[in-house]
Design a protein around this ligand. Structure first.
Ligand code: ADP
Length: 356
């Protein structure tokens, strides 16, 4: 699993003045499913397009199995890219849509080989009953299966998927997500899967690379990224409700908020200025010392989110089971101190009077 298959070194790309990617380095292991997680505009699509060869990087190098492919044409790379906005040939049947990429000149595949690949792919994607339907007579989910099928029949050495489930409804997304994981395990072809959806990232990735403003902020297993996010930006991308972040400074052994309220004990070795990350599920409504007023209650079925004003901060508390609270109630939030994340905050350089 640890053999590096694809390696990207110091890749950068600007569109005019806009930096789309800055100094990206990462590797993808043999058989690995790597998720690139980031908000819109982070540079995810640009990264995939550069790997596929549809876009040239300004600087950097890409190798596959040790071969430099940085300047290869897309067709030479043997990489399949599936987009969010899948497009099938409307005048062709599903079978013809699947056959099309195999009939390209230069492929030289026999009719039997093409038929075998189509039937194997159709089996994998459970679309065999649809093979003779016109592409226009398919639901959104079926169309996306066929679009993924068109990538699979080619038997590429690498799959790149760009938010392939984004346009589908929630239930279908869940079904196809599970199927894609199974498929990738069966095919054992490495895959880079781009998404802005934390649930997809956490449930699908062997590892996740968190991308923000063209930079990779952290790469690790879902567990590592969730438990030990290295910055508030990474942490905010992964939790729902988003993790509570509070800027604090240390005095004696206490953390103080910007409005100078002591909120909890600080570790002796903690930095003097920090951002604290407190997950909504690590706060109980009762048992603490500082009062809070409930402002909003959001019922999510299995859990309930309380939005409360606490120590001059707006915080979210997640409780499971039956909830007994009402808007306006006074509560005393208590925080599981062992679970609090502390990120050192570098203070901007202050102007001093020393030189006067
Ligand atoms: P994502 O896929 O994460 O939403 P993109 O890779 O599409 O992000 O875009 C990254 C940045 O590059 C954005 O600021 C976007 O506006 C810019 N960008 C992307 N493609 C182009 C282009 N063809 N011309 C100019 N700017 C672009």
């Amino acid at each position: 699993m640890n053999n590096s298959f694809l390696k990207i070194d110091n890749l950068s790309k600007n569109y005019g003045e806009t930096p789309a990617l800055s100094d990206i380095s990462l590797s993808l292991h043999t058989e690995e499913l790597l998720v690139i997680l980031g908000p819109t505009g982070a540079g995810k699509t640009t990264l995939l397009r550069i790997i596929a060869g549809l876009e040239a990087a300004d600087t950097g190098r890409i190798t596959i199995d040790g071969t430099d492919i940085t300047h290869q044409l897309p067709a030479e790379r043997d990489i399949a890219l599936v987009f969010q906005n899948f497009s099938l040939y409307p005048n062709k049947t599903v079978r013809q849509n699947l056959a099309f990429p195999l009939q390209a000149p230069g492929r030289n595949l026999s009719k039997t080989e093409i038929a075998n690949r189509i039937s194997h792919t159709a089996d994998l994607l459970r679309i065999t009953p649809l093979l003779d339907r016109p592409a226009t007579h398919l639901s959104g989910g079926e169309m996306q299966r066929v679009a993924i099928g068109r990538a699979i029949v080619r038997q590429p050495q690498l799959f790149l998927l760009d938010e392939p489930l984004t346009n589908l409804d929630a239930k279908l997304r869940e079904v196809l997500r599970v199927e894609l994981i199974r498929l990738q395990r069966d095919l054992r072809t490495p895959m880079i899967y781009v998404t802005h959806d934390r649930v997809e990232a956490l449930s699908m990735g062997d590892r996740i690379a968190v991308l923000s403003e063209g930079k990779i902020l952290q790469i690790g297993t879902p567990e590592e990224i969730y438990q030990q996010p290295n910055s508030p930006i990474v942490a905010r991308q992964l939790g729902y409700p988003p993790i509570n972040t509070i800027d604090v400074h240390k005095q004696q052994n206490q953390w103080f908020t910007a409005s100078n309220q002591a909120i909890m004990t600080a570790d002796r070795n903690a930095p003097s200025n920090a951002t604290l990350g407190i997950r909504a599920e690590d706060i109980s409504p009762q048992g603490g010392e500082i009062p809070a007023i409930i402002e909003v209650i959001e019922d999510l079925g299995a859990s309930t989110i309380l939005l409360a004003n606490w120590a001059g901060q707006s915080i979210q508390i997640s409780i499971s089971g039956e909830q007994q609270w009402h808007v306006g109630d006074e509560i005393y939030p208590s925080i599981d101190l062992d679970r609090v994340l502390v990120w050192e905050k570098k203070q901007p350089q202050m102007n001093t009077d020393e030189h006067r």
